[in-house]
Design a protein around this ligand. Structure first.
Ligand SMILES: [Zn+2]
Length: 136
């Protein structure tokens, strides 16, 4: 395999700009519908429950529980060659939405389904990626 290249950087668009700005500021932002109260991840310009465009960003607690996970042993591209093995997990956030992220930090590879995790922010480029670590 070729040598590791730079890891991909966040690419904000009109829908996700607030999410990425929040991550850079150390906040995990979800979106909530002002009309029906639905909360979701990932960012989009309207509510999938009632199609309202009255959407606002809300800060999540950063707490969640592992729904499922896998350990990546074979890098999907050269950029990740220096990262393997690493953990990719589906996290059920305390607020309800489910998101995909890496489990990082101490004991990441010993993670278990149902375990509590807490958000942490991985600096990348001039931004940051929400990732999760095992909760103490
Ligand atoms: Zn709605």
């Amino acid at each position: 395999m070729s040598s590791p290249g730079p890891l991909p950087l966040p690419a904000p668009n009109a829908d996700s700009a607030a999410y990425w700005a929040g991550a850079k500021a150390g906040k995990l932002l979800l979106q909530r519908c002002r009309d029906c109260g639905a909360t979701w991840f990932m960012s989009r310009h309207l509510c999938a429950s009632c199609w309202s465009e009255q959407v606002e960003s809300v800060e999540a607690s950063g707490r969640g529980r592992v729904h499922s996970f896998t350990v990546i042993h074979r890098a999907p591209s050269a950029a990740f060659a220096g990262q393997v093995p690493y953990v990719v997990a589906l996290i059920d956030l305390a607020e309800g939405p489910r998101m995909l992220a890496n489990i990082v930090g101490a004991g990441a590879r010993e993670i278990a389904i149902g375990e509590l995790v807490r958000v942490t922010f991985e600096q990348r480029g001039d931004g940051a990626l929400p990732q999760f670590q095992r909760a103490p």
